[in-house]
Design a protein around this ligand. Structure first.
Ligand code: NAP
Length: 365
């Protein structure tokens, strides 16, 4: 283990926290040395705290089983035990998560977060490493604004956006303006955490509402596609997005049905497919350990992508697209899929941390 960066997981007992624990088991750069959760779990060994709710289909990593769970509300407890933290906390009030993440940063512990509390903080980058790696530039301003020396906060967007933002970005980067977009998501139950949506609501059913999700879907893409200016991230002007977000009886894997309207310049179907299949970016150039070789995978079968068959593509880090075809209302439509607790949550967070490490943000910890 010598030479690895010591990391903590806040919310380690939850749905996303458990994914972090498992995915970091053999990570080449990071080693879990600190776990924290609510006061309900604090004071127990990790293996006891999750005994009846370990949801990942494999053993709890031996290096973490006997770590003592600490109270995540006490940032000072982490000092000296880990060099940065992944935050997978879910607290009743967003403001409490915001304050808590700032408390860790103020203690000199960088926070790589999955929570939504800081997504709209204008000097906090909301990263999809393939798309907006340049937003890392705002971290220097963030540290300056708060007077933080080593600590800072970087977040990832809502899990459902990961399903279609890379194909959108690939088209924009190739010179095709996207004016309007209609998205209908079919989101997995694991996206609601554990125990999540009651089984009585989920079995033999679809729930056509996820609180706050449509607002996130419609707004977050503008920050992701924005630019760093005057010490903050300035949102992109478009596209205009209209979304409907639904919860479906699938364990893992969010699906999105997307229709796009281009500006005056419209690509052919062949060109779109070429743009998507050749899409690579900085994580691939840097060969980051969790970066998929092919971030966008296009399938040609008429009935794909499907969550059960396609969510593990590129170890759960790909955006899998199928059913690309003309749209009678807009220009094109397609179906996209990604793994919500891997690309959309823990492995996406790990990729963010790998990018931060590769760009020197953990050098002085
Ligand atoms: P979850 O299963 O409900 O887990 C929540 C975690 O927060 C648990 O470890 C819990 O500890 C801890 N916690 C709860 N109340 C606390 C308190 N008062 N003080 C300190 N810790 C407390 O939620 P999740 O699905 O893993 O989501 C975690 C975060 O990731 C959320 O912010 C969510 O929005 C975000 N996210 C989730 C997904 C997904 O697919 N699930 C995707 C992207 C982002 P105890 O076990 O001790 O209660």
């Amino acid at each position: 283990m010598a030479g690895k960066i010591k990391v903590g997981v806040l919310g380690a007992t939850g749905m996303v926290g458990q994914r972090y624990i498992k995915l970091l088991e053999d990570h080449p750069w990071f080693e879990v040395t600190y776990v924290a959760a609510s006061p309900r779990s604090a004071g127990q060994l990790y293996k006891d705290a999750v005994a009846n709710r370990w949801l990942i289909g494999a053993e709890i990593p031996s290096g973490v089983q006997n770590l003592m769970v600490e109270d995540a509300n006490l940032a000072e407890k982490a000092i000296g035990k880990c060099q940065f933290v992944f935050s997978a906390l879910e607290l009743p009030k967003k403001e409490d998560i915001k304050n808590l993440e700032a408390a860790y940063a103020a203690e000199g512990i960088p926070v790589v977060s999955n929570a939504s509390a800081n997504r709209w903080t204008e000097d906090v980058p909301m990263l999809v490493p393939e798309i907006n790696y340049s937003h890392l530039d705002v971290i220097a301003d963030q540290k300056k604004h708060h007077g933080w020396d080593k600590g800072f906060i970087a977040v990832k967007p809502n899990c459902s956006l990961q399903t279609y933002m890379m194909p959108i970005h690939a088209l924009i980067q190739a010179g095709y303006e996207i004016k309007r977009m209609v998205v209908t998501t079919l989101q997995a139950t694991s996206g609601a955490g554990y125990p999540g949506v009651p089984s009585f609501d989920m079995i033999d059913n679809i729930v056509p509402f996820i609180g706050g999700e449509e607002e996130k879907t419609e707004k977050e893409c503008l920050k992701i596609l924005g630019t760093v200016k005057d010490g903050k991230i300035e949102n992109a002007a478009g596209p205009i997005v209209s979304s409907t977000c639904t919860r479906v009886p699938v364990i893992d894997g969010h699906t999105a049905c997307v229709s796009l309207e281009f500006g005056d310049k419209k690509p052919s179907m062949e060109e779109i497919e070429k743009i998507w299949t050749s899409y690579t970016s900085v994580p691939q150039e840097l060969k980051l350990p969790s970066a998929p070789e092919h971030p966008i995978v296009v399938r040609h079968e008429e009935n794909r992508p499907q969550p059960r068959r396609d969510r593990e593509t590129e170890k759960g880090m790909a955006c899998v697209i199928g059913r690309l075809r003309p749209c009678n209302v807009f220009d094109i439509k397609f179906v996209a899929l990604s793994h919500n607790t891997k690309r959309g949550a823990a492995l996406g967070g790990i990729l963010n941390a790998e990018l931060l490490k590769a760009k020197g943000f953990f050098d002085n910890l």
